[in-house]
Every structure is written in C-alpha cells, then in structure tokens.
Design a protein around this ligand. Structure first.
Ligand code: NAG
Ligand code: NAG
Length: 192
C-alpha cells in the first residue's frame, strides 16, 4: 500500500516541480522601461531640438539637446499621455493638460507628472530656472528612462507622451516619446 502511494506520488511531485519552476524563475525578472521611438519637431525660428535615445539590453537613456536661438517668454506647455498605444490607432488620451511653462520652471511641483520628467532632465544638464529663457545651448545627456516612472494613478504600460511647448499659436517644441515595458533577467549588473 505504502509503495503504491509512493509510486503514484512521484509523477505528481515531478509535475508540481515543473509547474512551480517557471514561477520561481519569474521572481528573478525585473521590468524596465525602454524607449521605442522619439519624434521631435521644433520651430527653427526659436530653437533646434534633437532627441537621441540610447538603448542597452538593461536600460534606456535619452539625450536632449536644445539650441535656443532667441530670448523666449510667455510659453505654455501641453502634456498629453496615451496609454496602451497600438500602432496606428490613436485613442482618446488618458491625460491632457496645458500649463504655464514659465510658472512650471519656477515651481515644477505645480505639475506632478511634469515634475518627474523635470527632475530627471535637470539632473543631467543646464535647465533654465525661470523665464525669459536666454538664447543658449541647453544639453541633457543620458536622461534615464528608469527615473521616469508614471505616478501611481497611471497604469505601468506602453505609452506615448507628447510634450508640446508653444508661444501664443506658434509651435516651439513638440516631442513625442514612445515607451514600452521590457522584462529582463536579474543579474549582478542589472539588480532587482
Ligand atoms: C540642429 O541640431 C542638429 C544636431 O545637434 C544639427 O545636426 C543640425 O545641423 C542643427 N540644425 C540647425 C538648423 O541648426
Ligand atoms: C487637449 O486638450 C485641448 C484643450 O484643452 C485640445 O485642444 C486638444 O485637442 C487636446 N489634445 C488631444 C490630443 O486630445
């Protein structure tokens, strides 16, 4: 009787191990944000902007270079966020807000989503702290995407973020960032 139970139990133990194995494997994965694409437009009368993403297997960084040609004030900024963007189908944005860009530079906390981006950009270059913005080269190298996490009230998903800066009815800067989530294995170099 006892040997019969052992024999029937052995295959079921093996089955259990097979089922549990991938679950145990999942614990050593981590999710990282990866930039799929960045599309930048700028108005050459005011500035020349370029955005260059750098992806390595374990992280994603972006360089942002803004060559401002003339003194600028009275700017507004429009943040639009689309989540779960399936290529070709643009749905209603999850979030769409326009704010005074000069106020935002003085006090980024007026905009919680903008503040997260502002903090990471500022850390990597010479961010102006108020208007008017002087004609100069503003360069930010290696802005880490891992630092640009959405606030908790947004789902951690694929998204497209548009940052539009305008002066009255003129476009100054229009940057669109397509970001996705990738799962990678934890290693000594990519800790969890
Ligand atoms: C804009 O910047 C890019 C990269 O920094 C440069 O290659 C290009 O010549 C610039 N264009 C103008 C009009 O300044
Ligand atoms: C965002 O809202 C403004 C008005 O507040 C509207 O004009 C604009 O079309 C909206 N953008 C998108 C992408 O829906």
């Amino acid at each position: 009787m006892a040997s019969f139970q052992l024999r029937t139990c052995l295959p079921c133990c093996l089955l259990l191990i097979t089922i549990l194995h991938p679950v145990a494997g999942l614990r050593s994965l981590k999710t990282i944000p990866i930039v799929k694409n960045v599309i930048t437009q700028s108005n050459p009368k005011y500035l020349n902007a370029s955005t260059v993403p750098h992806n390595t297997p374990s992280e994603s960084k972006v360089d942002l270079i803004l060559d401002v040609k003339r003194l600028m004030s009275n700017l507004h900024m429009n943040f639009v966020l689309w989540v779960n963007v399936i290529s070709g189908t643009l749905q209603v944005p999850l979030y769409n807000q326009t704010i005074d860009f000069c106020e935002f530079l003085k006090n980024p906390s007026v905009h919680p989503l903008g503040q997260i981006i502002h903090r990471e950009v500022k850390r990597n270059g010479n961010m102006p702290s108020k208007c008017p913005i002087a004609a100069d080269l503003y360069a930010f190298y290696g802005i880490p995407m891992s630092g640009i996490r959405l606030p908790n009230f947004f789902p951690e998903a694929d998204f497209m973020l548009q940052v539009f800066i305008g002066l009255a009815s003129e476009m100054i800067y229009d940057g669109r960032l397509y970001r996705t989530i990738k799962r990678i294995q934890c290693t000594r170099a990519a800790r969890c």
